[in-house]
Write a protein that binds this ligand. Structure first.
Ligand code: AMP
Length: 475
């Protein structure tokens, strides 16, 4: 199928041809006709599948027709969980819409000055890309008129759910005309997403694209068992000296660790920088631009900050600390192997991480193969069944296979140890079914103590008095 078959406006075809796209991706092939026909759509598609163009091209096509209502408010609203994703979506809108007569794109993101946003919102807007929290502030102050709104896109709805933004999303949706067309994109379409969709979408067409399995096929997943921090640092040094490594993203558990590791790597002579939620937007944008231009070889990041990064030269992803959620593992390693390239994802895990690893493997449906680097073997012997397969020597290194571990892990024992935390929904609100790798729910409890990791602290000023409603994911 070619883009011409999709009946998109010629100015859009011109822009995508200039972008070098020769054929629509599967999600584009399936979603675009449904969207042009006016249907609501819910689609499972990960970053890297071309999902942004799948909703942006029909949105722009809509803008090529005269508005049904007069006014200056947005005709298309796109909600994203993170600032970085919002910026990428805005860039895509400008790129694909550059030959259309009018496509004024405005981004309204947390962490940016209000006066500038107020000014932007006082002028005519066609496409508004926003993170939910900041948008709600502007709506409550009466700064946005949604009377012209024709299309609402919820991008990475699963993540908005996990981050506790879904009530905000519903409040925003309620402020838009009921006649709107609604699109929901999510990595997975599970029960929790179905419930959101049943409230916000009308008889949606359901599109299921790549499974995680298919999506990760071009990424080699390696596991290194590690004894301690110094062992991790040695292994990391080895990985970063690999000549096949063009650019890498290293994920740490905390913002502080990201800063420390980036500083240490810079001190060792690597072109390294940190990216996390404590940096202001200008610093984050500067770092990302440096990564994109090749001025940075190693980015040390936390999950949310690195979400959606799309840089073709990222050959390696290193999980210096394992992610807390299995979904994050997929998002992290999906930063490599972009646009059909191959990539290597390396995870460091301690002897205690067997259950973490099992959950991740169950989620992806794929094994993460243990590797050893000769001379850097872990001192401890991983528990048989801790994660599955036996050690593999790192390619090109002559090394004797040490022993293989049994593959019949019984993680249900381990799960039930944590089972008491799994029905954690104190006030019966709609809540994510997601659990972290220890079986804890993604949302925090009402006093913010949650699972004690500080990741899901509720906002301080919750004007609905329900601090579970919205939680930060300020990484
Ligand atoms: P996304 O899944 O939206 O994050 O897109 C992943 C990457 O695929 C981006 O770099 C897009 O520019 C690129 N892309 C999107 N659609 C196409 C297409 N039809 N052909 C080639 N590349 C594409």
């Amino acid at each position: 199928m070619s883009f011409e078959n999709l009946n998109l406006h010629p100015s859009i075809i011109k822009a995508i041809t200039e972008a070098g796209y020769t054929a629509p991706t599967p999600i584009q092939q399936q979603a675009i006709p449904e969207l042009l026909a006016g249907h609501d759509v819910m689609a499972s598609a990960q970053t890297g599948t071309g999902k942004t163009a799948a909703f942006m091209l029909p949105a722009l096509h809509l803008l090529a027709t005269p508005p049904k209502e007069r006014g200056k408010g947005p005709r298309v609203l796109i909600l994203t969980p993170t600032r970085e994703l919002a910026l990428q979506v805005s860039e895509a809108a400008s790129k694909y819409g550059k030959h259309l007569a009018r496509t004024k794109v405005v981004s309204i993101l947390g962490g940016m000055p209000y006066p500038l946003q107020n000014k932007l919102l006082s002028q005519p807007v066609d496409i508004l890309v926003a993170t939910p929290g900041r948008l709600i502030d502007h709506i409550q102050r009466g700064r946005i008129n949604f009377s012209r709104l024709e299309m609402l896109v919820l991008d990475e709805a699963d993540r908005m759910l996990d981050m506790g933004f879904i009530d905000d999303v519903e409040t925003i949706a309620a402020a838009t005309p009921a006649t709107r067309q609604t699109l929901l994109f999510s990595a997975t379409l599970d029960n929790a997403i179905d419930k959101v969709a049943s409230r916000l979408l009308k008889s949606p067409k359901r599109i299921q694209i790549a499974t995680q399995k298919a999506k990760l096929d071009n990424i080699e997943q390696r596991l290194h068992y590690t004894d301690d921090l110094s062992h991790k640092n040695k292994l990391l040094d080895h990985v970063l000296r690999d000549v096949t490594l063009k650019q890498a993203i290293i994920f740490t558990a905390t913002k502080r660790d990201a800063d420390t590791l980036a500083d240490n790597l810079s001190a060792q002579g690597f072109d390294a920088g940190a990216l996390h939620g404590d940096m202001n937007q200008r610093e984050r944008t500067r770092t990302l631009n440096k990564l994109r231009s090749g001025g940075l070889r190693v980015l040390v990041a936390t999950d949310v900050a690195a979400r959606g990064i799309d840089v073709a030269d990222i050959t390696h992803v290193v999980n210096f600390d394992l992610p807390k959620f299995a979904e994050d593992y997929v998002h992290r390693i999906g930063r490599t192997g972009r646009a059909g390239a191959s990539g290597i994802a390396i995870s460091f895990a301690s002897g205690k991480d067997g259950v973490h690893l099992k959950r991740i493997e169950r989620f992806t449906g794929q094994n993460i193969t243990p590797h050893v680097i000769p001379g850097m073997e872990p001192r401890f012997k991983p528990r048989p069944g801790g994660n599955g397969g036996g050690f593999r020597r790192t390619p090109n290194v002559e090394h004797k296979r040490k022993r293989s571990w049994s593959n019949n892990s019984n993680s249900s024992n381990a799960n039930s140890r944590n089972g008491a935390r799994q029905d954690f929904n104190p006030n019966g609100n709609f809540q994510s079914n997601r659990q972290d790798v220890n079986g804890n729910h993604a949302n925090s409890n009402s006093n913010g103590s949650g699972n004690g990791n500080g990741r899901h602290r509720p906002y301080a000023n919750n004007n609905q008095g329900n601090s579970q409603r919205r939680s930060t994911w300020n990484q």
